[in-house]
Ligand binder design. Structure first.
Ligand code: NAD
Length: 370
């Protein structure tokens, strides 16, 4: 992964010179749930110093200061950018507030890591990429599942031709009962959608990365809302979501066509009537197939059909460990010009697929992805 691809070219030397003898100064925009995971990860990177936090909620600001000892706190990221002049900005706000701070941070000369999904729609993603490119700064999207050892194992096998051409991939992000009961995850205006854009995006990003990032050209799908917008007495781990403001789907099923002929199916739900939660992708190739969890390869060798499981793929598979890997990749990208595993273009491709499924559901037919 990234560490191996640290470039020794002139850009790398330039980047190293910029940060010589000092720390990489990061500001967090949005000090809620996921920001705590960013902080925990960033504290494990000795070359990083978190210098400021921004949130519109006073209680979040106070908690951020008390927990992490960060003293420069703001309600407005524009003011923070002007006064603090950080090197990098981590955008941890709700989906509808991803594009604006990312673009403003790039314009202020900052590198950016933005949480998933990249934005509300592909047009916003394009503006975010353009702003970073114009500023000559790095932009990465917080897709941590591509760093997971299972994904890396399957990607290595695919790169070595183990599966031949990948024809079909089935992605599943299905919760039996798991509507977020915090934040604004049920509000379409602020999130862009429900389980498809919130959790489907995770499995979609790792599967698309595994496939070698083929270009999506068409989408077909449907979405249904049948539970989230009603009160429920059912006992569950995540009770009492805000059903009164719930305007997103409960279940989304979509199919994506790619220019190379491959087809991908995505199934995402907060409330699926299934035996237990599923978080997985499986695939069929011309020479072999496989699955992500548990990682397995199904192929033919020595005139024999083999089902193969790796003995060891790596240990950094915990949720928090994946955050360390993704932030490490971003910081290495900024400070050493290392290859970014999740550049803006990856975020845009995933956003086009999500957007295609939602557009198709509205149109009631297959739609083109451009
Ligand atoms: N990568 C992952 O696994 C993962 C996990 C959880 C959340 N996320 C993503 O992170 C983002 C935030 O999710 P969360 O669970 O932390 O939500 P959250 O509601 O806990 O936190 C978001 C914070 O942003 C603040 N905020 C809103 N508007 C703002 C503005 N204009 N300026 C400054 N602050 C503002 C809110 O007050 C809140 O404190 C979402 O996009 C979500 O999809 C990613």
């Amino acid at each position: 992964m990234a560490e191996k691809s640290v470039s020794t070219d002139s850009l790398a030397m330039e980047a190293a010179k910029e940060y010589k003898g000092r720390k990489f100064r990061v500001a967090i925009v949005g000090c809620g749930g996921v920001a705590q995971m960013h902080m925990t990860a960033l504290r494990q990177l000795p070359e990083v110093e978190v210098v400021a936090g921004v949130d519109i909620r006073a209680d979040r600001i106070t908690a951020f200061q008390e927990t992490w000892g960060v003293t420069k706190l703001y309600k407005d990221w524009k003011k923070m950018l002007k006064e603090v002049e950080p090197d990098g900005v981590s955008v941890c706000t709700p989906n509808g507030v991803h594009a604006a701070p990312s673009i403003d941070a790039a314009k202020a000369g900052c590198h950016v890591i933005c949480e998933k999904p990249m934005a509300m729609n592909p047009a916003e993603c394009e503006r975010m990429i353009a702003a970073s490119k114009k500023a000559g700064r790095k932009f990465t999207i917080g897709f941590q599942y591509r760093y997971h050892p299972n994904t890396q194992f399957l990607k290595r096998a695919r790169d070595h031709g183990e599966f031949g051409d990948i024809m079909f991939v089935k992605c599943q992000a299905l919760r039996r009962r798991g509507i977020p009961n915090w934040g604004v995850f049920g509000q379409k205006k602020l999130q862009g959608g429900g389980p498809m854009i919130d959790i489907g995006v995770h499995v979609l990003e790792m599967a698309h990365y595994f496939m070698g990032s083929p270009k999506p050209i068409a989408a077909s799908g449907n979405v249904w809302t049948y539970m989230g917008n009603k009160p429920s007495k059912v006992v569950s781990h995540w009770p009492n979501w805000d059903y009164k403001t719930y305007t997103v789907e409960d279940l989304a099923i979509g199919q994506i066509r790619f220019t190379n002929g491959a087809l991908l199916q995505i199934e995402a739900s907060f409330v699926a009537h299934i035996e237990k939660d599923v978080w997985n992708f499986s695939f069929l190739g011309t020479k072999g197939g496989g699955q992500w969890d548990p990682p397995m390869v199904f192929s033919d060798h020595h005139d024999t059909m083999l089902n193969t499981s790796p003995y060891y793929v790596g240990s950094q598979s915990g949720f928090q460990e994946l955050f360390v890997l993704k932030l490490r990749n971003w910081v290495d990208g900024c400070m050493k010009n290392a290859l970014l595993e999740a550049p803006g273009e990856a975020g845009l491709a995933v956003q086009k697929m999500l957007d295609g499924v939602y557009r198709s559901a509205t149109a009631g037919r297959e739609v083109t992805i451009r």
